[in-house]
Design a protein around this ligand. Structure first.
Ligand SMILES: Cc1cc2nc3c(=O)[nH]c(=O)nc-3n(C[C@H](O)[C@H](O)[C@H](O)COP(=O)(O)OP(=O)(O)OC[C@H]3O[C@@H](n4cnc5c(N)ncnc54)[C@H](O)[C@@H]3O)c2cc1C
Length: 454
């Protein structure tokens, strides 16, 4: 069968695009959604069942629909969750909200387009002019579609250590993908757990283990030892402040301007929130050199200031640090060796450069999301080989234009081929969280609908 649209992926981007297509396309249209995640639409972020896994964006900004900002807050109220617009709901609840909104559109059989959910992974794609694009799936089937929206996410980062630096005997103690939560039940309550990475994923895993009854120690190791900042409680939250950008588009000049604004009394959180609506435009105004400077020198600082955690989660985590249950080390991981009991993590301390080491029973990779261009995805590698796509110049994901149309190897837009979500960070940068993806999903669905009408 030839579908009008295929949505490839099964996380938030895919559900947001599908929901918008269901609202915009006529009943005569057909949509295929190809994904391998059993909890379709929830992806890694929203399929968790731990209540301590909270959203890091207030509920009032998490609606699926930019034009209906209270939609998620209303859903929370209808489901008797005590979370206000400036509170932080659980991510599991957010996953249920997404599922509910999709289900209510699917119930309207008479007026909606036909949708087939295909539980498979797309492995290869070829372009074929009369039928748009043809995908090969890992279940052996073939799928044809006039337009395609790639919503593949960016995958987990690999351990920041070459294979030769890890003793074979410790492989069983290494958790490479912490989002496969089965590992939690293998940990003994008194085990020491080393977490590599000190960002949001680390905090999620520490709190999940505590809820699971773990009472041992955590050793957190990251290059700078920086922890995400908390959102202040709602009554002490500063309003967003417009950044004074000046005319220079040098990263150092922009940063100096922001520092000056903060010195003159602007709350830095208000400034970060004020930057958010202009970040995409600002990013597009930077040269390639300035963007890479930002990635080299500013990324770690950006992450901890920009992606802040709910105040309740921050106080739980702080209490664990105060009680000596969590220790944070700043240094460069050098080796993971087999020790007399468990593993030995060897690292070089930041600043002093002294070699250090500690014993641990588990090593959990929480170094975050992969920013490795197309390499993480066999589908994208294959599409690149055929010249259908090209990596963006900084290797963050795919080359796309400002309308999210995927560019081929000659940097020409591929007819009917779009990408949504963090894969498009090279063009937009600020495109990993719901408030930005929901707008992009709506724009792309509108463009697909316009093409079909034409
Ligand atoms: C732990 C965590 C917490 C977060 N919390 C928040 C938050 O509170 N607020 C917020 O706004 N944002 C948050 N985010 C950001 C989050 O990344 C986005 O909100 C959103 O989940 C991204 O969805 P996505 O669909 O683009 O990617 P993903 O969720 O990664 O989904 C991609 C999907 O595509 C599938 N796929 C990949 N390749 C193929 C293929 N070849 N064929 C078929 N399917 C394929 C994958 O299996 C996966 O299911 C969080 C992210 C994480 C990881």
């Amino acid at each position: 069968m030839l579908y009008d649209v295929a949505v490839v992926g099964s996380g938030f981007s895919a559900i947001a695009v599908t929901i918008n297509l269901l609202r915009l396309l006529p009943a005569s249209a057909s949509i295929a959604v190809v994904g391998d995640d059993p909890g379709f639409g929830r992806g890694t972020a929203y399929r968790t069942e731990f209540y301590v896994h909270r959203l890091n964006v207030p509920a009032g900004r998490m609606s699926l629909f930019p034009e209906k900002p209270d939609d998620f807050v209303e859903w929370l109220g209808e489901h008797m969750r005590q979370v206000s617009a400036d509170g932080f709901a659980s991510r599991g609840d957010y996953g249920l909200y997404l599922r509910d909104r999709l289900a209510s559109l699917l119930r309207d059989h008479e007026r909606r387009p036909k949708v087939d959910f295909v539980k498979a992974k797309a492995t290869d794609c070829v372009h074929c002019s009369e039928a748009g694009l043809v995908f090969h799936l890992d279940n052996g089937a073939e799928l044809r579609a006039r337009s395609v929206v790639l919503c593949l996410g960016i995958g987990n980062a690999d351990l920041p250590l070459a294979a030769g630096k890890i003793d074979a005997g410790v492989e069983g103690s290494i958790v490479r993908n912490p989002w496969r939560l089965r590992w939690l039940s293998k940990v003994d309550p008194s085990d020491t757990v080393c977490i590599l990475g000190s960002g949001l994923t680390m905090i999620d895993q520490v709190l999940a283990l505590r809820v699971h009854g773990h009472r041992g120690r955590f050793r957190v190791l990251s290059r700078r030892g920086l922890l995400p900042h908390p959102h202040p409680p709602a009554d002490r939250r500063a309003p967003a402040v417009e950044p004074e950008l000046g005319s220079s588009r040098e990263i150092s000049a922009l940063l100096a301007g922001f520092r000056k604004q903060v010195r003159n009394g602007t709350d830095w959180r208000g400034l970060m929130d004020g930057l958010r609506p202009v970040t995409q435009k600002l990013w597009q105004e930077l040269t390639k050199e300035q963007r890479s400077r930002f990635l080299r020198h500013g990324l770690a600082w950006w992450n901890v200031h920009r992606h802040r955690i709910a105040p309740e989660i921050a106080s739980r985590f702080e209490a664990l640090r105060r009680d000596g249950i969590v220790t944070v080390h700043a240094g460069f991981l050098e080796m993971i060796q087999e020790g007399p009991r468990g593993a030995v993590v060897a690292y070089r301390e930041r600043q002093s450069h002294r070699p250090r080491s500690f014993h641990t029973d588990w090593i959990v990779n929480c170094t975050g999301m992969e920013r490795a261009g197309v390499a993480h995805s066999p589908l994208l590698c294959e599409m690149q080989r055929q010249g259908l796509i090209s990596p963006d110049e900084l290797g963050l994901g795919l080359s796309v234009d400002k309308d999210s149309r995927v560019l081929d190897l000659k940097k020409q837009p591929q007819p009917g081929l779009y990408a949504v979500g963090a894969l498009t960070a090279g063009q937009f940068w600020e495109i990993t969280a719901v408030p930005d993806i929901r707008v992009q999903a709506q724009d792309v669905a509108s463009a697909v609908a316009a093409t079909l009408r034409a």
